[in-house]
Design a protein around this ligand. Structure first.
Ligand code: HEM
Length: 388
């Protein structure tokens, strides 16, 4: 009787974490039929033990497992192996790269990092950036067109450029909001609105996040292709940086289609956005890519002390933490970009609105680009619209 009870407890303890692990990893084998299959095998083992005839079998590869150890206390050795993350310490009926390690203690530090410093400092970075922009606006106000509007407009961005920009912007904003809801759901949103109300939000948010990511990746590739030629660093950028973008010396430094500040935005979007996409793909297809193990291998080769062998779960944990940290950095940069492209600067939004900007705005911020456009005869003829 006691033996049956212990066997039941042991079987349940082994089965539950495996089911939980599989559902986290997104494996499909834990559907109802999978669970009922597991339950069936547990009951079968119990019946065999109750009849006293059959030997308890811990699973393939553990034929040496001694049930008497449970009674003599040696089960702690097995448990220690399991706790320590030893691969294959106990075989489970589930399949998949993560199934060999039943308990991964490192998962706790990942959780603490995610809910602790990553969320805290990320939140501070985002709110801090918003606060700084608000202060900047209060002190400096809107950057005006010094010469006033000319009433003549010039085509700045074609419809393809605007479509790409808004695909990138729209998808990024959706990903940002749904990502933040996932990150702060348990700690901030649930205490405010409760589990019941949060559940549909979480499900919808996750669906949006997973699927809109494809639009973002597509827009990222398009952005790179259409604008790379205008974002190669040049000597003009150095002049722009020395003039602090116009804040030092009180005059607008010359710039081509994109100034040094915009090139910085472009490369941040491409590089950080690319990195977010790669770690996102790793999260979208769990255990398929071992990106961190490979990267750590390269770092270790140049003498940087990092672990070179990662358990499948650790690979996912690094991917998740990296995904969040880089996203926070890019979100902070983009918040500043949105500010300058809308309320922060007179005349800027139109470039992405209908594509036409005022000639005086263009001359002040992108003088060399205007010269190029005029030399090529691409400048739009003066329009009848009077200046504001
Ligand atoms: C509602 C939010 C946004 C507004 C109002 C906005 C506005 C603008 C404007 C007006 C420009 C053209 C500036 C010029 O004429 O020189 C621009 C360019 C650009 N935007 Fe946005 N944008 C927004 C969101 C985003 C987002 C979310 C991203 C990326 C994730 C992004 C990436 C870019 C890039 C890479 C450029 C070209 C480089 C630059 O001008 O900085 N934008 N945006």
């Amino acid at each position: 009787m006691f033996r049956t009870l212990i066997a039941t407890l042991l079987a349940l303890t082994l089965a539950v974490p495996v089911a939980a692990q599989n559902s986290e990893s997104g494996e499909t084998s834990t559907g109802l039929s999978g669970q009922s299959g597991q339950l069936e095998s547990i009951l079968e083992r119990q019946r065999a033990l109750a009849e006293g005839g059959e030997q308890f079998n811990a699973g393939p590869g553990r034929e040496d497992f001694d049930l008497n150890a449970v009674e003599t206390g040696n089960i702690s050795d097995v448990y220690r192996e399991v706790r320590g993350g030893t691969e294959g310490a106990v075989r489970s009926s589930s399949r998949g790269p993560a199934a060999e390690t039943m308990i991964q203690t490192g998962g706790m530090s990942w959780l603490q990092w995610r809910e602790g410093p990553v969320s805290t400092y990320g939140g501070i970075l985002l709110l801090g950036t918003l606060a700084l922009l608000a202060v900047f606006y209060l002190i400096k106000g809107r950057i005006r067109i010094s010469a006033g509007r000319s009433g003549v407009t010039i085509l700045r961005f074609t419809s393809i450029e605007r479509f790409t920009h808004w695909l990138l912007a729209g998808s990024f904003i959706l990903l940002g909001i749904t990502g933040l809801v996932q990150l702060f759901g348990r700690t901030l949103v649930i205490p405010l609105i409760g589990h019941e109300a949060f559940a549909p939000i979480a499900i919808a948010g996750k669906f949006i996040h997973n699927n809109v990511s494809w639009a973002f990746m597509l827009a990222l590739i398009l952005t790179f292709v259409i604008w790379i030629v205008h974002n190669i660093p040049s000597r003009v950028d150095w002049q722009w940086i020395k003039a602090g973008g116009g804040f030092i010396g009180g005059h607008h430094p010359p710039a081509k289609k994109f100034n040094a500040g915009q090139k910085l935005i472009f490369w941040s979007v491409i590089l950080l956005g690319g990195s977010i996409s790669l770690s996102g793909l790793s999260l979208l297809f769990p255990f398929e890519f071992a990106m961190f193990e490979k990267t750590f291998g390269w770092l270790a080769a140049v003498g940087i002390p990092v672990p070179t062998e990662l358990a499948p779960q650790e690979e996912m944990q690094y991917a998740q933490i990296w995904h969040v940290i880089v996203s926070f950095v890019l979100m902070a940069i983009i918040v500043a970009h949105i500010y300058i492209g809308s309320v922060g600067m007179e005349g800027a939004y139109e470039a992405m609105g209908d594509g036409e900007v005022d000639l005086n705005w263009a001359r002040e911020h992108h003088s060399l680009w205007v010269e190029e456009v005029e030399a090529e005869g691409r400048a739009a003829p003066p329009q009848a619209t009077p200046a504001e």
